[in-house]
Write a protein that binds this ligand. Sequence first.
Ligand SMILES: Cc1cc2nc3c(=O)[nH]c(=O)nc-3n(C[C@H](O)[C@H](O)[C@H](O)COP(=O)(O)OP(=O)(O)OC[C@H]3O[C@@H](n4cnc5c(N)ncnc54)[C@H](O)[C@@H]3O)c2cc1C
Length: 208
Amino acid sequence: RAGALLLEDCAIAHADTQAGDFLLTAADGRQIRAGTVINAAGAWGAVVAGWFGDVLPLQVKYPTMLVTEPLTRQIGVSLGVEGGGFYARQVARGNFVMGGGYGHALPGDRSRPGPAALAELSRTAPAILPVLARASIIRCWSGIEGYFPDKNPVIGFSARVPRLLHAFGFSGGGFQIAPAVGETLADMALDRGRLLMADRFSPTRWTR
Ligand SMILES: Cc1cc2nc3c(=O)[nH]c(=O)nc-3n(C[C@H](O)[C@H](O)[C@H](O)COP(=O)(O)OP(=O)(O)OC[C@H]3O[C@@H](n4cnc5c(N)ncnc54)[C@H](O)[C@@H]3O)c2cc1C
């Protein structure tokens, strides 16, 4: 409705700058010309940044998560231990959704939960929420996420390449701030506004 064109299954394999514009080439040969590029490639964001000479210290990790059978209502808030060792919430149906620790990569951009992380969760969870000591786990899973050393994302223009806006590395917290990030990126891309405390999120914060 707003005039955007969404291209699905369109992996960008290569990017050039040409006469002040960007020329992006997809793996299937499609080409896209753009005046501004937002690099929102998540855990792959540092690879994309590297195409333009921006070297950023992103670490790729595979958060481990699991879910229990439905239990009677215990908590109405989302719990998190600072440092990321354990977090949990109880959904309306009663299941506890929990996470902590990391798994490992599989070929083809896939991942698996980590056995050590699952064992650690089985010790930590009942220590914090005793009701979980006898709960059955019905499923576990993982995913692929990019982390920066200070656990803040990069949100800001490249210092090397004009009109290249980086926004990735949400370090395990990208869902919750996505609406605000999206609005901010739209403003920045259209030169309508800027980020508060921009230096905290700048792609140059490790090179100063
Ligand atoms: C298991 C797990 C649990 C999580 N739980 C929570 C939670 O409870 N709360 C929370 O706030 N956050 C959570 N997160 C973190 C959250 O999922 C991420 O921070 C968020 O999805 C990051 O969004 P993004 O758009 O930056 O990256 P992504 O969602 O990873 O999207 C990046 C996209 O870019 C695409 N891409 C990459 N390279 C290219 C290319 N060359 N060409 C075209 N496309 C490309 C990828 O295919 C992908 O679709 C969790 C993450 C995981 C893995």
